[in-house]
Design a protein around this ligand. Structure first.
Ligand SMILES: [Zn+2]
Length: 240
């Protein structure tokens, strides 16, 4: 295989093309999918550094990543793989959905963080400042963001576990229970005393997971005669 041809030069004159924000290859959504598959396949006994090197070589060929993008991705992946998400099992449909959601969000985080690191490096270079220092600072910031992501993943998994435990007792139709206090959101308050199907969640998502960050709603036994939340229905019934 040959390397791809460089972009065409301007047809006339000897002017350099403007310093455009050229693609680093990080915007391809399939890249996040490839990273998700990689993260899912990592085992704790694997050598992360060696695994990452193999992955980067493959991604570089497939996604035409710039050298700078490969470097940024490698640095972010190194941090992310050293702090894996808490291991939470899949015990039902809610935890299955959340496990997929967490995997997707983690991979999207990797590409988004890599772009931020790259942008910080470029900004420093443009100002004549040290790109290395900017990169280290950006990576330190990303470690804090990632810790917040880990917490969010954990919260979602814990809420999904509660939902699956309720479904194990009551079946797939569950009730939505909101907190009645001053900090409840209108959406959560409106969902109270309604029912939903765990395996075909309502549009607002599952209690404690979907409506908003920090949602304190809980699943419980279905409300007798309770209305179904919009979007939820018995599985396979929606297309009817
Ligand atoms: Zn809520």
């Amino acid at each position: 295989m040959t390397t791809p041809a460089p972009p065409q030069a301007p047809p006339q004159g000897q002017q350099q093309p403007p310093p455009q924000q050229q693609g680093d290859g990080l915007d391809d959504t399939a890249l996040a999918v490839a990273i998700a598959a990689f993260l899912a396949g990592l085992t704790v006994t694997a050598s992360y550094a060696a695994s990452i090197a193999v992955l980067l070589a493959a991604l570089r060929a497939r996604f035409r990543l710039s050298r700078a993008a490969v470097k940024a991705l490698g640095a972010v992946l190194s941090d992310v793989t050293q702090a894996p998400p808490p291991v939470t099992g899949v015990i039902g449909t809610a935890s299955e959905q959340v496990s997929r959601m967490n995997a997707a969000r983690r991979a999207q985080y990797v590409t988004a963080a890599s772009k931020r690191v790259l942008a910080a490096e470029r900004e420093a270079r443009a100002k004549g400042e040290s790109a290395e220092a900017a990169r280290d600072e950006a990576l330190a910031r990303e470690r804090k963001f990632y810790a917040m992501h880990l917490q969010a993943m954990w919260n979602r998994s814990a809420a999904a576990g509660r939902i699956d435990m309720e479904a194990a007792t009551h079946g797939p139709l569950l009730g939505w229970y909101s907190r009645h206090d001053t900090s409840v959101t209108p959406e959560c308050a409106g969902a109270d005393r309604h029912n939903f199907y765990v395996d075909n969640p309502p549009y607002i998502g599952l209690p404690g997971i979907g409506p908003h960050f920090g949602c304190r709603c809980e699943p419980g036994p279905p409300w007798p005669g309770g209305k179904l939340l919009a979007g939820s229905g018995p599985r396979y019934a929606r297309a009817a």
